[in-house]
Design a protein around this ligand. Structure first.
Ligand code: ADP
Length: 230
């Protein structure tokens, strides 16, 4: 689904990605782990086409994203912090997004799933941070994308919304979607991730299952295995 080939990226003298090679398959959830500054967000933004890599290429469904402006319609993205035009209400925002994307959308299903009926006519600036995150989740899911990317999805969500989001991720994975997430919440990784991709200093340090990671570090749990890597 996604082939990442020898991607490098520097900001000035700071070499942030130092040659990343990964293949991400259909129907799997991948958790990107690594200390702050290891390059996770930079890599995700590169996959989203928001960052131009210095070298290497990214193929999505065998197409080089550089030559294919359509690819974005197959990715749903839930950023860590919502940046909305705050004077719109939720329905105006969803409508505007629909006009831009021009693809079929399932927003009503997700509005009701995340209990957002009461937010329909409220200006986005008057919504709580957690409610804005739920709107963000609706935006990620509503176009039925093949790839879903979540940057720290649990931040700001109440426990019920978090549980619902995790259930939905598993359901979408079982429907054949490819899901990427960054998180510092290790229970989320244990619950969700089919594979862990551990970044350290701009390189992939480990790729495999949680069980694999724990075993290779001779540890009893994920938290201790990660502590061993650092
Ligand atoms: P992570 O998500 O793993 O915490 P990031 O990818 O956000 O790491 O950042 C990796 C490094 O790249 C950090 O040192 C950060 O300051 C730097 N960086 C990220 N984006 C930019 C940018 N646009 N300009 C300059 N430096 C950046």
């Amino acid at each position: 689904m996604i082939e990442i080939k020898n991607i490098t990226k520097a900001f000035g003298k700071l070499q942030v990605l130092k040659g990343i090679d990964i293949n991400l398959e259909k129907g799997k959830i991948y958790a990107f782990l690594g200390p702050n500054g290891s390059g996770k967000t930079t890599l995700i933004k590169t996959i989203l086409g928001l960052n131009q890599p210095d070298n290497g290429e990214i193929l999505i469904q065998n197409e080089n994203i550089k030559n294919n402006w359509q690819y974005k319609s197959c990715i749903g993205y839930m950023p860590q912090i919502a940046r909305f035009p705050e004077n719109l209400n939720m329905m105006e925002l969803l409508g505007m997004t629909r006009d831009i994307r021009k693809t079929a959308s399932d927003e009503e299903k997700y509005i009701s799933y995340f209990n957002l009926e009461g937010a329909r006519d409220k200006k986005l600036k008057n919504l709580s941070g957690g409610t804005k995150q739920k709107v963000n989740a609706v935006l990620a899911f509503m176009f039925n994308p093949d790839i879903l990317i979540f940057d720290e999805p649990s931040v700001g969500l109440d426990p019920v919304a978090h549980l619902k989001l995790k259930d939905l991720m598993r359901e979408e994975r079982d429907n054949g979607k490819t899901i990427l997430l960054t998180t510092h919440i290790l229970s989320e990784v244990e619950e969700l991730a089919d594979e862990v991709i551990f970044l350290l200093d701009g390189k992939i340090y480990f790729q495999g299952t949680v069980q694999n990671l724990v075993q290779t570090q001779n540890e009893s749990n994920l938290e201790r295995a990660i502590a061993q890597l650092l």
